[in-house]
Ligand binder design. Structure first.
Ligand code: NAD
Length: 294
């Protein structure tokens, strides 16, 4: 069996069109144009690419983008002062501080100063707590993207066995919470898990968020399972170039799985779509409106 390819690019495009329509309705009916402020400290090339694609996605959706590019010598106090101004700015509905920050800045201190209602990355402990207790929350974009992709394949995830490999605060843990909220039966596996291949073989839904190139082999996957590969790993490619691979050995996995995301072109584009979705959701929640239906 060759797995169905879950086309994250096409699904993200579809979602972005729906978000743009909902944003236009919000503007027409309530005079609110959702705005996202993106803060980049330093000149990390990968971060710059990522920030540019977020800003473009925001503008394409008919929203406002406010970019703040700061030198890598920026002090923690100055960064916190900027966030204070963005928290108070009525045109800004979402604030995103691009990670990693330079070593002299404590990321968690900075992230905790973002107004939880504008925390479109969903990293603030208030949002983590809201997610864990089943309340309306801004949730981290990559796990959100993973769940939306899995729902595209299965509709309902209720009762499915989901295995999440990785327990980071930005992917693994919130992903497990989101899956629980979808009534999946959730196992979190990590670097100390015994018999990881055996644990993975029990999954109807397998999510790999480890950061180890092609660690998950074809024979770790139950026939017909859905595989969502979060990993982004740069490895040597042909002719002295590099290429991106996921945490799953794609060619092997594709012969066994029922559906699988590619890397690139799977979770990545959907993550960007979820940034603008969260900006729209933050704008609606801030105005006391119900969740947008997109
Ligand atoms: P992290 O390093 O914070 O966490 C990795 C997790 O993997 C840890 O919880 C660890 O316990 C687990 N792990 C490590 N070695 C393991 C092993 N041998 N067996 C089982 N588990 C093991 O990483 P992260 O920030 O959660 O990111 C994970 C991957 O996802 C990375 O490749 C990252 O680049 C990628 N990522 C992609 C997106 C996207 O938009 N597609 C977004 C965020 C992260």
């Amino acid at each position: 069996m060759t797995a169905i390819l879950i086309d994250g690019k096409a699904i993200a495009q579809d979602l972005r069109a729906n978000i743009a329509k909902a944003a236009a309705d919000l503007s027409q009916q309530h005079g609110i144009v959702p705005g996202l402020a993106v803060v980049l400290v330093g000149a990390d090339p990968a971060s710059e690419v990522y920030v540019r694609s977020k800003s473009k996605a925001v503008i394409d959706a008919g929203m406002r983008s406010f970019d703040h590019k700061l030198p890598d010598t920026t002090s923690q106090a100055d960064l916190i002062a900027l966030i204070g101004r963005l928290n108070a700015d009525k045109d800004v509905h979402g604030i995103l501080v691009q990670l990693p920050l330079p070593d002299h800045i404590d990321s968690s201190v900075v992230l905790n100063t973002i107004d939880p209602g504008k925390d479109v990355d969903g990293f603030h402990p208030v949002n983590a707590g809201r997610l864990a207790t089943g309340q309306r929350a801004l949730v981290p974009c990559t796990p959100y993207a993973c769940v939306l992709l899995a729902k595209r394949v299965h509709g309902s995830l209720a009762g499915l066995n989901a295995v999440v490999i990785g327990r980071s605060n930005i992917v693994g843990k919130p992903l497990a919470q989101l899956l629980l909220a979808e009534n999946a039966t959730v196992t979190i596996a990590h670097s100390k898990t015994r018999d990881l291949p055996g644990v993975c073989r029990r999954a109807d839904l397998l999510f790999a968020a480890v950061g180890r190139p092609e660690m998950v082999r074809g024979d770790w996957i139950a026939p017909g399972a859905t595989v969502i590969d979060v990993g982004i790993n740069r490895v040597p490619g042909d002719a002295g170039k590099t290429k991106l691979v996921g945490d799953v050995a794609f060619a092997e996995a594709r012969e066994i799985a029922g559906a699988i995301t590619p890397v690139p072109g799977g979770v990545g584009p959907m993550t960007i779509a979820c940034v603008i979705l969260n900006t729209l959701r933050a704008a609606c929640a801030g105005a006391g409106l119900p969740e947008p239906q997109v």
